[in-house]
Design a protein around this ligand. Structure first.
Ligand SMILES: Cc1cc2nc3c(=O)[nH]c(=O)nc-3n(C[C@H](O)[C@H](O)[C@H](O)COP(=O)(O)OP(=O)(O)OC[C@H]3O[C@@H](n4cnc5c(N)ncnc54)[C@H](O)[C@@H]3O)c2cc1C
Length: 279
């Protein structure tokens, strides 16, 4: 889907935080609306893109867009890791933030329509995949099998539990969950997500896979997907690198000749390999 609005490039647009949810430990979801109605109305994204968020007086941070291009409320989900994200976590509903974007390439839905979609997420790796999952479920008939394989350290670390409950109501949405260690009251799988990927029956032909999570999870999942026969050019992920401008000027996010902010953050595994970097 085209951005109807020219992205907000350099000057952050004011938005109001309307609701804050405790998602998992150290991760909160912030719902927001733009203060100017014309921006609120015209702001359009592609799944896989990101924005630069401003916490006034603290700084800017890059953040994925977990809402769908169509009909979700605008929100971001952020882990507290340092100065700016800690300041964000102190905000209350009614407080202001700034937004620039959307930036980056997004997932190539034009090319992958009609295919089986396999999403594999670890921990907060579900954040950058969420928009794509919602989009695909909203256009369910245009895709083949739609499968989510999701692993976290414990049941408390599974993101978007409410959304997942809603998604499971969509016919033909296959879900597999696992946590690292057994836990009272948990009846699902136990073990690492790559082990679950190895066990389940995944389609291989006419299939694209989306993988996001911490490096050790990413590498072990890629290995399993390749053993199953899914080709490197059909495996997508999003890269996170330190970013400043978001528009390809400052080179902060350069990896070799690619700038993650404009050429990415979505890359195929085949491309990631040529960057010569661990994810
Ligand atoms: C395209 C993109 C999408 C992102 N999406 C999300 C998201 O949806 N949710 C979320 O919680 N975070 C996301 N991040 C990461 C987020 O931008 C950083 O955590 C944030 O900028 C940290 O700012 P800070 O001032 O709080 O921490 P800092 O004080 O700047 O850093 C704290 C620690 O985190 C490390 N760090 C900071 N930024 C990065 C980075 N980009 N890559 C690797 N290590 C880093 C630092 O080296 C340091 O160890 C995304 C990053 C990118 C580039």
């Amino acid at each position: 889907m085209e951005n109807k609005l020219v992205p907000i490039i350099t000057v952050p647009e004011a938005a109001t935080v309307t609701e804050i949810r405790d998602e998992i430990d150290e991760v909160k979801t912030f719902f927001f609306t733009f203060d100017r109605p014309e921006i609120e109305e015209a702001f359009r994204i592609r799944s896989g893109q990101f924005i630069m968020g401003t916490v006034f007086g603290a700084g800017e941070f890059a953040v994925s867009l977990p809402f769908s291009p169509e009909s979700d409320r605008k929100h971001i989900s952020v882990r507290r890791v340092g100065k700016v994200t800690a300041a964000l976590h102190e905000l209350q509903p009614g407080d202001k933030i700034g937004i620039r974007g959307p930036f980056g390439n997004g997932f190539p839905f034009e090319e992958i329509k009609g295919k089986n979609m396999v999403y594999v997420a670890g921990g907060i790796g579900l954040i950058p995949l969420r928009s794509s999952i919602v989009h695909v479920l909203q256009h369910r008939q245009e895709f083949g099998r739609v499968i989510l394989v999701y692993g976290a350290r414990s049941s408390k670390d599974l993101m978007y539990k409410e959304s997942i409950r809603d998604w499971k109501a969509t016919s033909g949405f296959e879900t597999y969950f696992t946590i690292d260690r057994p836990e009272p009251g948990w009846n699902g799988e136990v073990g690492f997500v790559n082990q679950l990927v190895a066990r389940i029956d995944l389609p291989v032909e006419n299939t694209v896979a989306f993988v996001c999570g911490p490096p050790v999870m990413f590498n072990s999942v890629i290995k399993e997907l390749k053993i199953k026969g899914i080709k490197e050019q059909n495996i997508y992920s999003t890269l996170e690198r330190h970013m400043k401008c978001g528009i390809g000027k400052c080179q902060h996010c350069a990896i070799g000749r690619t700038l993650v902010c404009v050429d990415g953050p979505v890359y195929t595994y085949k491309q990631i390999k040529t960057l010569g970097e661990q994810i």
